[in-house]
Design a protein around this ligand. Sequence first.
Ligand code: FPP
Ligand code: MG
Length: 309
Amino acid sequence: MTSTKDRERTELQTAQFNLSSYLAERKALVEAALDRSLPVAYPEKIYEAMRYSLLAGGKRLRPILCLATCELAGGTIDAAMPTACALEAIHTMSLIHDDLPAMDNDDYRRGKLTNHKVYGEDIAILAGDGLLARAFECVALETQGVPADRVLQVIVRLGGAVGAAGLVGGQVVDLESEGKPDISLETLNFIHTHKTGALLEACVVCGAILAGAGTAELQKLSRYAQNIGLAFQIIDDILDVTATQEELGKTAGKDLQAQKATFPSIWGLEESKAQAKKLVDDAKAELAAFKEAAIPLSALADFITNRTH
Ligand code: FPP
Ligand code: MG
């Protein structure tokens, strides 16, 4: 049971928590680790293409979530950093491939030309493949001070999140749904729980696995992640309607143009905002048992719904 005193202490610490400096500090650590994780070698061209997208900035939310849950469950930043880098490498590769002419055919990503626009389609495909392979190598080779069975569990989770049961499956249904603005809410949910939700869940769960969290803790964190994953996507859909290209760093208004079913197209903008808020509240409720150790995760959940890009 949480006493009134406990609750008051958590509320005070929450009020004092500075999310922007937390994010800036973690982002700097992640940027440095990503840079170290992929030194240039022969053939330079492919390493440059991989580094071009991997080091193109971005919020680094996925690695930050992984580091945060590892710390929440009693682990260290160092223990989770190779997995955090792997998650960002997987996310980056999925975007490189998503932007290809065979899929979304996009010219800009994170405010820069897309990988294939700079290096050509052949190298962009290979850069994605190289990043995916490097991600798994990084976890297996560079995780230190963590029992091998936990590292193995992380590799299993990552494989599940990336493959046909995760990201790849979500992308397939997304591609099939293009030009069909009348797809059901169920299909839309499938797309997002797989295309974005699965990897976000892996970020949260893998950090906690590395720290040795138990099943009950992993389940709570997994539900937290599923809720913020869906909220994240609803906000993405809302921003596609309301934000500018400068704010997004990528083309705005694409969903409408591609006649894509989105949460705002099914629910309208106001209801979409309300649903996102409810998901964030549910996500935060899952954190109650972790008390003040969960303050960063709780603040991150709010950050996701309040973001403008
Ligand atoms: C962006 O969605 C795309 C994704 C989140 C993932 C796409 C997944 C793949 C291309 C599969 C990759 C292959 C492996 C092996 C993981 P969006 O197009 O809705 O968002 P955007 O506006 O940012 O492009
Ligand atoms: Mg896309």
